[in-house]
Design a protein around this ligand. Structure first.
Ligand SMILES: Cc1cc2nc3c(=O)[nH]c(=O)nc-3n(C[C@H](O)[C@H](O)[C@H](O)COP(=O)(O)OP(=O)(O)OC[C@H]3O[C@@H](n4cnc5c(N)ncnc54)[C@H](O)[C@@H]3O)c2cc1C
Length: 365
């Protein structure tokens, strides 16, 4: 089987890898960007933020993220790529009055959790009970993406790095995927184009509730005392990197695809970060950027075949949880494309529930 994957973000690249493992000849097409707008920009926390606030379909995709990324990191290193720095540092959450809900969620999913005084973890933190989730880890996005490029090359996945796909058209039982670079015929297509996926599906008659959500991050240099773990509150989070860098994130601007960072967001993030981790007070950030999340009106992604378009698949809408849920999403969509039974029940992610009206779904894009 031949498959074209549109989008070289973390969802597209991991899906391409999972398809290759199932014997596919895979080509990945991406617009001219070495920095996928969401995957490059993210914080790399391998947990949903406040995981107990999410429904079961999101938990199913996120709960094994750390072991999955640990295995992936070993494969990337073996392929000669950079270390994606999976770092199981734990996450300490200022959970307000949600302690019981958090502990009940952890018990239900077999995750260790307790609540303890934050000042026990670090004396500069408040003497107030916060939730401690010791198994939460992080991955370093830029290194992960470079590593995935190495791994895909090693596995024989073809890439066309500057092909903005403009049309996907059924032709004689196959699909023609067109860009300014030319056209490719393929048996199956996976749209994993992040916040731009809806544009490629404009005529499919689906109500997916997708929307770009811009988000900004700050990077602090090594040299100050980094937090010992991820710190999370309703205002934001700070993330320690293994080399001493500290990330602070993130803002939410709904409906925006503008990748230019703003002075207002920098100010907001600095105030948040200095409150959450006071040692940041005397340090000036060294970098500030914006990314575009594939936002979704619901809290888990769309993964499945487009109704009435056999061979055309979609994997998007990962919103704030695309890094943590990408490995399980990739496995699920690759199983569906290959006609195999996935280990996770695919029904909650299916696109059939997104049909706007039966009469409008007859022609694929
Ligand atoms: C500030 C910020 C912080 C975040 N923090 C976290 C976190 O800590 N943990 C977590 O799990 N998630 C986090 N996320 C969310 C996560 O980054 C995203 O959910 C995830 O990266 C989505 O990946 P993707 O592959 O779907 O999209 P993208 O990474 O955007 O990739 C889509 C790709 O498709 C390409 N494309 C689009 N249209 C076309 C076309 N027509 N033709 C060809 N190519 C096309 C784009 O160029 C792009 O490379 C964060 C996001 C942001 C912005």
């Amino acid at each position: 089987m031949r498959a074209v994957v549109i989008g070289a973000g973390v969802v597209g690249m991991l899906s391409a890898l999972a398809l290759r493992e199932r014997g596919y000849h895979v080509t990945v097409l991406d617009m001219a960007t070495a920095r996928p707008p969401a995957s490059w920009a993210g914080g790399g926390i391998l947990s949903a933020l406040f995981p107990w606030r999410y429904p079961a379909p999101l938990t199913a995709l996120t709960q094994d993220a750390v072991p999955r990324y640990t295995q992936l990191a070993a494969r990337i290193l073996a392929a000669g790529g950079p270390d994606p720095e999976v770092y199981t540092c734990g996450m300490l959450v200022d959970a307000g009055g949600e302690h019981d809900a958090a502990l009940a969620w952890a018990a239900r999913h077999g995750k260790p959790a307790d609540y303890r005084s934050a000042s026990q973890v670090a004396p500069v933190l408040p003497d107030a009970p916060w939730i401690w989730l010791p198994e939460v880890g992080t991955v370093r996005n830029s290194r992960l993406l470079k590593g995935l490029h190495c791994l895909l090359a090693r596995e024989g996945v073809s890439r066309a790095p500057s092909a903005a796909v403009s049309a996907i058209v059924p032709e004689q039982g196959a699909w023609r995927v067109s860009s300014a670079e030319g056209a490719i015929m393929t048996d199956q297509v996976l749209i994993a184009a992040g916040a731009w996926s809806a544009e490629l599906l404009a005529d499919a008659g689906l109500q997916l509730g997708l929307q770009p959500v811009q988000g900004e991050m700050l990077l602090y240099p090594p040299g100050l005392a980094p937090p010992p773990c991820v710190l999370l509150s309703d205002a934001g989070y700070v993330i320690p990197r293994r080399d001493g860098h500290v990330l602070a994130g993130s803002t939410l601007r709904h409906g925006s695809q503008d990748q230019r960072p703003t002075a207002g967001a920098a100010q907001q993030l600095r105030a948040m970060a200095e409150t959450l981790w006071p040692p940041l007070k005397d340090t000036t950030p060294v970098a500030h950027w914006a990314g575009i999340r594939p936002g979704s009106a619901r809290q888990w992604p769309w993964l499945g075949e487009v109704p009435d378009a056999p061979g055309l698949f979609l994997a998007t809408g990962h919103y704030r949880n695309g890094l943590v849920s990408a490995p399980a999403s990739a496995e699920l969509i690759a199983c569906l494309m290959a006609g195999k039974r996935p280990s996770i029940d695919p029904r909650p992610y299916a696109l059939s529930s997104a049909l706007s009206a039966p009469s409008s779904s007859s022609s694929p894009p």
